[in-house]
Design a protein around this ligand. Structure first.
Ligand code: HEC
Length: 160
């Protein structure tokens, strides 16, 4: 009985390998990339690349285990969702309002330890941000108009 179950699972595992999500990166244009448009200090560029770009850009680096179902399905859905919410590769194409909103959100998700996702920092220890690195990112995004306390939305309210 147990042998049959294990045999069945092994066959199932092999069969699901044929369902492969699309893991090709869309083309990128450096002119509209977040780093070109906002030109942050090298430290900030590096932190964003190592901690955010795998899910929030068209420059995803796929590790070997990303080829194996069902992990491949799960990673691909994170990347698709991540890009839908924020794609650093096409930041320059957004209207100024949306760009400012993104700065605010970056600051927020880091302050609240929501990003990078824990499931990502576990296999990518370099993406685990120290408090100094978090502060550098929060402060930089804040200075770009992303400070929730005095961002564009608050200013509009004051003018009313
Ligand atoms: C493992 C993939 C992954 C990594 C790495 C990652 N994110 Fe995300 N991010 C997501 C997903 C999935 C969502 C959408 C669902 C959610 O909000 O949890 C998201 C949502 C967001 C949002 C939108 C939140 C909102 O309220 O709409 C922002 C902003 C963001 N991420 C910023 C970052 C920043 C900055 C980093 C790096 C410090 C980062 N993310 C790293 C997957 C990731």
């Amino acid at each position: 009985m147990l042998k049959k179950v294990i045999g069945g699972l092994a066959v199932l595992f092999i069969l699901i390998q044929f369902i492969r999500p699309n893991q090709t990166n869309p083309a990128t244009d450096a002119q509209v990339d977040f780093r070109t448009v906002t030109n942050p200090p090298e430290e900030i560029k590096g932190l964003l690349k190592v901690a955010c770009y795998d899910c929030h850009s068209n420059e995803t680096v796929y590790p070997w285990y990303s080829q194996i179902a069902p992990v491949s399905w799960w990673l691909s859905s994170h990347i698709r969702e991540g890009r839908e919410h924020l794609n650093f590769s096409t930041y320059g194409l957004l209207p100024a309002d949306d760009q400012a909103k993104i700065m605010e959100e970056i600051s927020e998700v880091i302050q609240e330890n929501e990003m990078p996702l824990d499931s990502y920092t576990w296999p990518h220890p370099k993406a685990k941000l120290s408090s100094a690195q978090k502060n550098a990112l929060i402060q930089w995004a804040g200075n770009q108009g992303g400070n929730p306390a005095n961002g564009p939305e608050e200013k509009e309210k004051e003018e009313d």
